[in-house]
Design a binder for this molecule. Structure first.
Ligand code: 5GP
Ligand code: MG
Length: 178
């Protein structure tokens, strides 16, 4: 197995700043907008973005977490049930502009499930998608991200690993393994 570093801490920080700026261009001060991180790994990215946005805007930005375990179309096909993460959306979705946040976009099935899961909480006015790592090939559904950290021409057998200091790593890093 080969493991290559594709983003280190400083590039990741620059990328997060740029994503925050793009979000501000489209969402202004976020008074009608909110971030929703997909459990489990999109939550780290969403929290980082929230911090960057708040630093920039000087006000609080809404953040929720969405668990899609029971909405996945392959849920019943797994041998062992997955442990469910938690959904926590501390604001009304009705009419809001929502930015779904996940670390990696690949087949698009997680995002499809997230749209389903979210509708149980209300009907947002608009939904966008932000991903740190866009795996360009292998999409099974017509889903693309509005905001992308970086795109990668990976093949199916490869894997992107995103590590955050919050998980105990000594630096934020993105790796490509094949
Ligand atoms: P999708 O549902 O689009 O196939 O995959 C996206 C979800 O699976 C994301 O929530 C992401 O965490 C995970 N995922 C898919 N491919 C990768 C990958 O190469 N690396 C990592 N870390 N997660 C992946
Ligand atoms: Mg995930």
């Amino acid at each position: 197995m080969q493991k290559r570093l594709i983003m280190g801490g400083s590039l990741l920080d620059v990328t997060l700043r740029r994503l925050a700026q793009e979000l501000i261009e489209n969402h202004g001060d976020f008074s009608d907008s909110a971030l929703i991180g997909l459990q489990p790994r999109g939550t780290f990215l969403a929290q980082r973005l929230k911090a960057k946005l708040e630093e920039e805007l000087g006000k609080e930005v809404g953040l929720g977490f969405l668990d899609i375990t029971f909405y996945r179309d392959d849920f019943r096909r797994r041998e062992r049930p997955l442990a469910a993460n938690q959904t926590d959306i501390p604001f009304l979705l009705e009419g809001k502009k929502v930015v779904l946040v996940d670390d990696v976009l690949f087949t698009g099935r997680s995002v499809r499930a997230a749209l389903d899961a979210m509708m149980a909480f209300g009907r947002p006015g608009k939904v966008e998608l932000l991903t740190l790592a866009n795996r360009r090939y292998g999409r099974d559904l017509p889903i693309e991200a509005h905001y992308t950290g970086k795109s990668f021409d990976t093949v199916r057998s490869q894997r992107i690993e995103v590590e955050w200091t919050e998980q105990g790593h000594d630096e934020d890093r993105v790796w490509l393994t094949d």
